[in-house]
Design a protein around this ligand. Sequence first.
Ligand code: NDP
Length: 234
Amino acid sequence: MVFGGSRGIGAAIARRLARDGAEVALTYVSAPQHAAETVAAIEADGGVALAIKADSANADEIRQAVAQAVSRFGGFDIAVVNAGIIKVGDFSTFSIEDLDHMLDINVRGVFVAIQAAAEHMESGGRIVTIGSNAAVRSGYPGASVYSMTKGAVAVMVKGIAIDLAPRGITVNNVQPGPTATDMTAGQIDYIRSLVPLQRVAEPDEIAGLVSYLTSAESAYMTGSSLTIDGGSAL
Ligand code: NDP
C-alpha cells in the first residue's frame, strides 16, 4: 500500500512495486484523475491496483483505507508512507493553522498509517517512509516547519523499528532531495544549480531505493534513514 500514491514520487513507487510483483493499493486526497491514471498505468503493465480516497490528516480515513485494502487483497506485506505536503514561510509569521496541517499530514498521518498497516503485517513485512533531505539539511529560508516534520519522521522510524523488530518487520526512511514532481514545479532550474550532481532526481530513482528496502535483500536494514539527494546534504 502506498499512502499518497497518485502523483509524483508516490505514483512512481506504486508503479515500481507493481512491477516487482505487488498488488498495490494507493491513497489520494485531491486528485482522483491522477489516481485513476496511475491505476491504469499499472493495469496496462499487467499489474493489479486499487485507488482509495483517504486524507492522511484524518486518522479514521487512514484506518478505513487500510481495512479496504486488506479486504480486497487479503493481507498486507508492504506499506510506503509517502503522502506529504510542503508549506514554506518565515517562522515569525507562520500560522498555527499551517503548522497544524503540516504536522497532521507529515507526522501524525505517518504514525497512524504505520500503526494501522503494521496491525495486518506478518514477519517479513516492510514499512518505508518518505522523509526528506531537509531533515539533515535545512538550507533555505522558510523551511523550519517542513524540516521539523521530516526530522520527526526520521526519529519516529528509529523508534518504531525497535518496537516492530521482534515481529520481523523492518521500518526505514528514504530522504529524497529535489525531485521532479508537482512539488518542485517551476523551481527546477534554480534548484538544479544548488545540487552537486547538477540535476534533480527523477521519481523513478527514488522508487528504486524503495524497491530495495521492500525486497528480501534488505532484511537486515531497519531503523535507517537513507538520503538520496545528488550530494546536496554533504
Ligand atoms: P506531490 O505533491 O507531487 O504528490 C503528493 C502525493 O501525496 C500525491 O499523491 C497526493 O495526493 C498525496 N497527498 C498529499 N496530501 C495528502 C493527504 N492529506 N492525504 C493523502 N494523500 C496526500 O509530492 P512529491 O511526489 O514531490 O512528494 C512526495 C513525498 O516526498 C512527500 O512526502 C514530500 O515531502 C517528499 N519529498 C519530495 C521532494 C521533492 O523534491 N519533490 C524532496 C524530498 C521529499 P493527491 O494527488 O490526491 O493530491
